[in-house]
Design a protein around this ligand. Structure first.
Ligand code: CA
Length: 233
């Protein structure tokens, strides 16, 4: 199963495709404009994006360039024209594969699986390798977390938060850094967003601020993730 983001404005294409991809076991999110699609690609971190080139607000090629500037997510482009120049252009712009409309869900599914198998971005991206701290195991490719061998069900944001901390074990990470790196918004001092998500994360990891195992609050500074038994005192 993969988390797919379908950016397609045409309802008569989008609706049956979503249904068919879900039937094939994928989790599918959809966007109907380029700007919504870009936002969703950054916020929801899908495994793969299916991008229609003819969007109402922005040319799909332009969106592809914007996306490529900030993300290595695999992209399959859906193009209406079987035109070699067009196809070369989108591949040059950073698409991993393409499909010419009309295409079936089975064809798309086959391309999705092929692109994800290849995983060129993930294979060369050090951020994509599995992170292990103590008995906490975090796999950014499947976005799965295991603690003491048991799966932990996290929201996308909780996952990103945990991953950010776990890739910096034993370092104190400030709330400001978490807001700018995980939430990608400027930090306003009174903001409780980080605290709230940390408390949810703690609960899911079976710990609390008063009885920490992995997540240690450093008062007035931020938070540090350490394997149990390695922290001082
Ligand atoms: Ca379209």
């Amino acid at each position: 199963m993969a988390h797919l983001l379908l950016i397609e404005d045409d309802l008569t294409i989008r609706t049956p495709l979503i249904r068919a991809l879900r039937d094939r076991g994928h989790a599918v999110a959809a966007a109907t404009t380029a700007m919504d699609g870009l936002r969703s690609a950054l916020d929801d971190r899908p495994d793969l994006v299916v991008l229609d080139l003819g969007l109402p607000d922005l040319d799909g090629r332009e969106l592809l360039r914007m996306l490529r500037a900030v993300s290595a997510v695999p992209v399959i482009v859906a193009t209406a024209r079987d035109d070699e120049t067009e196809i070369v252009r989108v591949l040059d712009a950073g698409a991993d594969d393409y499909l010419v409309k009309p295409f079936t869900a089975a064809q798309l599914d086959a391309r999705v699986r092929a692109v994800l198998r290849r995983g060129p971005a993930a294979a060369t991206d050090p951020a994509a390798s599995s992170v292990v701290v103590g008995k906490l195991q975090i796999d950014p490719r499947s976005r799965q977390v295991h603690l003491d061998g048991e799966p932990v069900d996290l929201t996308p944001r909780e996952f990103d938060l945990l991953h950010h901390l776990a890739t910096r074990p034993d370092q104190v990470v400030t709330k400001r850094e978490l807001m700018t790196e995980v939430w990608q918004v400027p930090y306003g001092g009174a903001d409780k967003t980080v605290d709230v998500h940390l408390s949810w994360l703690r609960r899911k990891l079976g710990e609390s601020a008063l009885a920490p195992r992995y997540l240690h609050t450093v008062r007035g500074v931020g938070v540090r993730l350490s394997a149990p038994g390695q922290e001082d005192g």
